[in-house]
Design a protein around this ligand. Structure first.
Ligand code: HAS
Ligand code: CU
Length: 556
């Protein structure tokens, strides 16, 4: 039996204050975006209940302007701002050395610059194209450039992590990379590879087209490039949450992570399978052969597997914690978990909601069932149970220790922090229940119901639940924002956690044998690229060169 090791315990690790400051400002950009985004979220949710509050928004000229602001702010800026702060910090902590200061600053500045450009385009109603940026809807060039810069900020964060990793490797040529560092780096390497197609689409087509350098664009190709990146983007949102569930949550629950190798395998499976699945967003698109869609359907069922494995692992770790605290019987350990800790409670609520997100994802992925729910409100029902709950609630939970850690101030009002997570959870469950049932009755997504020419009484109940749930979600996040702002401004100085809560594992990383291959990132990247070629090569070979057929339209 191997000894119980720590994931890593670099004694005395302390991040310089200047780096803490830039990291927290990077994350704050996301909180500001989230807070702006929830106003538009509230307006959308209420519109499904036939209540129109859009006309009270100063300067807002239409539903699609608000929906674009909501999608970009919450799904793109909030998520990546968090990851740009969190993942480099995890790498630094795991490898026991500081980051490259200049790169920490550059990540924050580029993220902010990208944001300002996107805000300008959206606020002036020159980019009401929704976060999917489908051509031939055309936005102002600042919108595309702004999104490119946001992606570049994630690359800078990754470069920082890789520099730290290389330096660590130079000093430890034969050692296994510490688990927390491994999974943080794999997460952003996956995202880097995944982000290349959208960079091609934006820099090669949409940006020059919006600048008038190209007269026409190829809607199917740019849409396909969007989803080439766009499915994997959901795992780029999810994996930082998984980093916390695997490497931090067990410690917070008083348990242990069950296996080092199991965890590494899960993240490598995400690296391999997150990207070659994008056509499951295009099952109904004409012009894509059915056989290619079928390959993507099979691979989608493949990428379902590492999340199933995660469910077993995180529940086992929680069970160890609950039993260590005196829990008995089949489920007695659940109530013994420290539900009064807002950081842990928010993340356990995230897990519980994600069970429904996973089930609804399986239905989306099934080619035939997808025909029933595609483009209905079922889909936003699904993604508010994933990015809108598993990810958001985890980010909230992490913030409850991370912001104190980065600011040197204690959490302001544990009770309010806990309440914000519960209010949000109850809200998102009611909201998603409404969206999902109305979607099954055919209620279309991305439609301003209040003003729609056609409605259906079968949507009334679901629409009402959507409005009620969305209102609760709004109050949950508003309360979260107050807790964070008050922590940063008025939290008790010195009452902060002094270290990242890194877990121990039941099994140590093996120093010999096949498990060492799990650390060979170059090899796994090569396999990932090969899988992408298999999944997208036939389509691109059949389809290219680009068919530049459509001029741009500004409809809203
Ligand atoms: Fe999805 C559409 C398939 C996961 C986000 N998805 C979307 C869209 C978004 C999105 C934003 O195949 C809409 C895009 C648009 O605007 O059009 N999705 C899946 C599948 C999964 C999945 C198979 N999605 C996610 C995640 C997202 C996300 C994660 C964001 C973070 N999705 C689809 C498909 C579509 C789609 C189609 C296209 C639909 C269409 O027609 O447009 C899977 O990866 C899900 C796996 C999840 C699980 C659950 C594991 C559970 C865990 C918790 C364990 C804890 C327990 C309790 C049990 C297998 C790990 C703990 C106990 C305690 C005591 C606390
Ligand atoms: Cu997807």
């Amino acid at each position: 039996m191997r000894a119980t090791p720590t994931v890593l315990d670099p004694a005395g690790f302390d991040l310089p204050e200047s780096q803490r400051r830039w990291l927290r400002w990077t994350i704050y950009i996301g909180y500001v975006a989230l807070t702006a985004g929830i106003f538009h979220g509230l307006a959308q949710a209420l519109s499904y209940a036939n209540i129109d509050i859009l006309r009270f928004f100063p300067g807002l000229r239409g539903y699609y302007q608000g929906l674009t602001a909501h999608g970009v702010a919450n799904a793109i800026v909030f998520t990546f701002a968090f990851s740009n702060g969190f993942l480099p910090l995890m790498t630094a902590r795991a490898l026991g050395r500081p980051l490259v200061g200049g790169l920490v600053q550059a990540t924050c500045v580029v993220l902010l610059a990208g944001n300002l450009l996107v805000i300008y385009a959206v606020v002036t109603n020159q980019a009401s194209v929704l976060y999917t940026s489908y051509a031939p809807l055309q936005a102002h060039w600042t919108y595309y450039l702004g999104l490119v810069l946001i992606v570049v900020s994630t690359w800078l964060a990754l470069v920082n992590m890789l520099v730290v990793y290389r330096r660590w490797r130079r000093d430890h040529p034969a050692a296994r990379i510490p688990l927390l560092g491994h999974i943080a780096v794999v997460s952003y390497v996956m995202w880097f590879l995944a982000s290349l197609p959208i960079a091609v689409s934006f820099l090669g087509f949409l940006l020059p087209w919006s600048l008038g350098l190209m007269e026409k664009v190829d809607p199917l190709l740019t849409r396909t490039l969007f989803w080439f990146t766009g499915h994997a983007i959901v795992y780029a949102w999810l994996l930082p949450a998984y980093v916390s569930w695997y490497a931090l949550v067990p410690r917070q629950a008083g348990g242990k992570l069950i296996s080092d190798s199991y965890t590494r395998i899960v993240f490598i499976l995400f690296l391999l399978l997150s990207i070659p699945t994008g056509f499951h967003h295009q099952y109904t698109d004409p012009g894509v052969p059915e056989a290619i869609k079928a390959v993507h359907a099979v691979l989608t069922f493949g990428v379902f597997f590492p999340s199933l494995a995660t469910a077993f692992s995180v529940v086992a770790a929680l069970e160890i914690g609950g039993r260590a605290r005196g829990g008995r019987g089949l489920l007695g350990w659940v109530t013994k978990l420290p539900w009064g800790d807002p950081s842990l409670a928010a993340q356990m609520l995230a897990m519980l909601t994600f069970v429904f997100g996973g089930i609804s994802g399986l239905i989306n992925a099934s080619f035939t069932m997808n025909q029933v729910i595609h483009n209905t409100t079922w889909v936003p029902g699904h993604f508010h149970l994933t990015v809108g709950s598993a990810v958001t609630l985890t980010h909230m939970g992490v913030a409850f220790w991370l912001i104190p850690y980065l600011t040197g101030r204690g959490l302001w009002s544990r009770g309010q922090a806990l309440t914000s997570a519960w209010v949000y959870t109850v809200g998102v469950l009611i909201f998603a229940r409404g969206m999902i049932s109305a979607g099954l009755a055919g209620m279309p997504r991305r439609t301003f119901r209040v003003a729609a020419a056609y409605s259906n009484p079968d949507w009334d109940w679901g629409g009402m639940l959507t409005g009620i749930g969305g209102t609760l979600m709004f109050f949950g996040i508003a309360q979260f924002f107050i807790v964070i702002a008050m922590t940063a401004l008025a939290g008790a100085r010195g009452a902060h956690p002094k270290d990242v809560p890194v877990s121990e594992t039941l099994t140590a990383p093996a120093s010999t044998g096949w498990e060492r291959h799990l650390d060979r990132l170059g090899v796994w990247v090569a396999v990932t690229i090969a899988l992408c070629v298999i999944a997208y090569g036939p389509f691109l070979a059949m389809y290219l060169p680009a068919r530049l057929v459509s001029p741009g339209f500004r409809l809203f």
